[in-house]
Write a protein that binds this ligand. Structure first.
Ligand code: PLP
Length: 397
């Protein structure tokens, strides 16, 4: 029987594609450090689990497709702390940031339309675009520039009459870039000039280091009708499994249209919405400790990685990932080999080959993405394993 061209064209996620090899290694008794996935190990605040107890009905009903009012109100309060003003009809709760991205693309693009993304980019943008029939047109950002944006002309040159939006992740996954006020202003100016949307994926908003100031796309007051915010509690509160995110925009007409997609999937899980309502009330101080922890991990990881002969990387300024260039021809082969042929003291590491984070097939072949969602001791051990593995690999290949 026939399969769609769409599904056949789609690639497996580079973050998860090596999992079967990891499972094999584990079955052989090898302990695998997961540096491949952005699954935080930090405890989910107890406010989430307490919030679950706020469910008292005898029937577990659907909620409204937009999401429960209490949760939307919690988010409105949260955004106020960031000087962002939303009204109730400007937010729709989604199944994670993932569904929010999907809905945003589906609402503004027709099949064959284009979106502009700086690369390397969050690999699932590829998958969402594939499902929506949207073509990604990327422009490169480079490690040597800290993955900051190129000149305005370089971005504009990628825009055609099929372009519907610029999509960014800020802070960036996988680069760790944190865009400056001027960069966000540049993107919003381009969006205005070219009459397109700016989709701002801000799921890592809290994770900005080195005392840098965070600029939300929603600070661009003169472009608010074209800014679509993607957000999620997954990373912010270590609550990936809750599957609670949102799509929001000051463009009420757009939000009304997006609601149609929400209605087809009826609603987001009821109990998780209740729990998230309480979770978002977690005092802001919670982030001080979490941010400090990630910043320390980032420092350890960066120092260790840069000391490995032949490894090149930039210190990320935000989120919890780093892109590292390895002294190997093909990072995916190496990543697979780490799981199939290498172990030291019965331990090895799983990393994400970076090729899948690029649209340009020539780029990222010798790079990996490492996530620092592991505790410091585990990170140091994992880096030691990576160093030993590279030494051994160099002798063999
Ligand atoms: C940049 C970015 N956006 C969105 C998501 C989606 O997260 P979720 O669907 O769990 O909210 C992720 C997850 O890794 C991400 O890194």
């Amino acid at each position: 029987m026939k399969l769609s061209n769409r599904v056949q064209k789609m690639e497996f996620s580079p973050i998860r594609k090596l999992v079967p090899y990891g499972e094999m290694a584990k079955a052989n008794g090898v302990n695998v450090y997961h540096l491949n996935i952005g699954q935080p190990d930090i405890e989910t605040p107890s406010t989430f689990f307490e919030g679950m107890k706020n469910f008292h009905d005898c029937v577990l009903k659907y909620t409204s497709s937009q999401g429960i009012e209490e949760l939307i109100n919690s988010f409105i309060k949260y955004y106020k702390q960031w000087d962002i003003e939303f009204e109730k009809d400007e937010i729709m709760i989604t199944n994670g940031g993932s569904e929010a991205i999907m809905f945003a693309l589906m609402a503004i693009c027709d099949s064959g339309d284009e979106i502009i993304i700086p690369e390397p980019f969050y690999t699932n943008y590829n998958g969402f675009s594939e499902v929506a029939g949207v073509n990604i047109i990327s422009f490169s950002t480079k490690a040597e520039d800290g993955f900051h944006l190129p000149k305005k002309e370089d971005i504009i040159s990628m825009i055609s009459d099929k372009t519907r939006a610029i999509l960014i992740s800020n802070p960036g996954n996988p680069t760790g870039v944190v865009y400056s006020f001027e960069e966000i202003k540049l993107l919003s100016d381009i969006a205005k000039e070219k009459d397109i949307y700016l989709i701002a994926d801000e799921v890592y908003r809290e994770f900005v280091y080195d005392n840098l100031k965070y600029t939300s796309a929603l600070y661009m007051k003169d472009s608010l009708d074209r800014i679509i915010l993607i957000d999620s509690i997954s990373k912010r509160y270590s609550a990936c499994g809750a599957r609670i995110g949102l799509v929001a925009s000051k463009n009420k007409h757009l939000m009304k249209q997006i609601l149609k997609f929400g209605q087809t999937r009826l609603c987001v899980p009821t109990i998780e919405q209740l729990a998230a309502t309480n979770l978002i009330n977690t005092p802001k101080e919670y982030f001080n400790g979490v941010k400090k922890e990630y910043e320390e991990r980032r420092n350890i990881l960066y120092e260790y990685l840069s000391s490995i002969p032949g490894v090149i990387c930039r210190k990320p300024a935000g989120a919890f990932y780093v892109i590292a260039k390895l002294p190997v021809k093909n990072a995916e082969d190496f990543a697979k080999w780490l799981l199939t042929d290498f172990s030291y003291k019965n331990k090895t590491v799983m990393v994400a080959p970076a090729e899948g984070f690029y649209a340009n097939k020539e780029l990222g072949k010798d790079e990996i993405r490492i996530s620092y969602c592991l505790n410091k001791d585990a990170l140091i051990d994992a880096m030691d394993l990576l160093k030993r593995a590279l030494e051994k690999y160099k002798l063999m290949y």
